[in-house]
Write a protein that binds this ligand. Sequence first.
Ligand SMILES: Cc1ncc(C[n+]2csc(CCOP(=O)(O)OP(=O)(O)O)c2C)c(N)n1
Length: 323
Amino acid sequence: MTDSDPVRLYRTVRLIRRFEERAIELVRAGEIVGGIHPYLGQEGIAAGVCAALRGDDLVTGTHRGHGHVLAKGADPARMLAELCGRVTGLNRGRGGSMHAADFGVGVLGANAIVGAAGAILTGAVWARRRRGDDLVGVTFFGDGAVNEGMLLEAFNLAALWRVPVLFVCENNGYATTMPVAGAVAGTIAGRAEAFDIQAAAVDGQDPEQVRAATAAAVDRMRAGGGPELLEARTYRFDAHHTFEHVVRLDYRPPEEVAAGRSRDPVDIQGARLPLPVRESVDAEVEATLATAVEYALASPAPDPAGALEHLYASGLTARTGGG
Ligand SMILES: Cc1ncc(C[n+]2csc(CCOP(=O)(O)OP(=O)(O)O)c2C)c(N)n1
């Protein structure tokens, strides 16, 4: 069952926004080690896409992946505990920000390797379809991934084998500090079209437009259509990574940042709700996140003695060295 309820869509966008802001506070407080890649400004994409999916549909995400995991339905408290490296985290604190997964809601994982998650998702959806399941999959990736061979290999096999995968490119204009114009020859849609994959573009700042475009693609894929590509044009409101809060990098003109921030998915979706409804959702989200922060910080860190556990499904016998 998909969800076109504007209130629920707003709640998801707002939840991701405030989750990211609370997570940045926890980076500054030293509770999240190593920092995060904030999803601020791009929330409308994860929220809109996942509102058009079923619970059993599969998703893979990116290094900027918190929004994908939350929008698909993961528990924010366990997600925050994961970021804080605690045993109660979605992955016992071992995945962290860039490798959080929740198979229970169809999230096969965020992924730190640019371009890799598309191949994982294509293989997973192909395998499940061969077993007779009628699910579809979505893989999110940035504009920086469109020159990665791994992603293009996934396009090829998904097209050849008609695997129902929606390739969602979150085009925020930059790969770290590299502008798209200086890195991408041709077009993003053109890459898909080279493999006979239907491609469309959507305003990634409007959650409702993203939901509608995804729902249409998913309908076609469930009816037997092959993979599709959706380019969601967006803007990253904050740093590439929280390290940029410390080391200021000068690669985006201030006027461009201001213009990008002026189209805020939280406000665009929020404006569709009566003010009292919006305020009550905001209060509900605050309460959810206050509980999540409390839960994460109260949870213990993993025991270092168990560091080698969960590395292999078959278990691991540690070598002691010396041949
Ligand atoms: C294969 C690979 N190459 C390089 C990196 C280093 N790296 C991490 S994020 C990033 C930029 C990715 O840009 P994009 O795909 O546009 O996503 P965005 O960060 O804009 O969300 C790079 C180059 C990596 N993680 N994996």
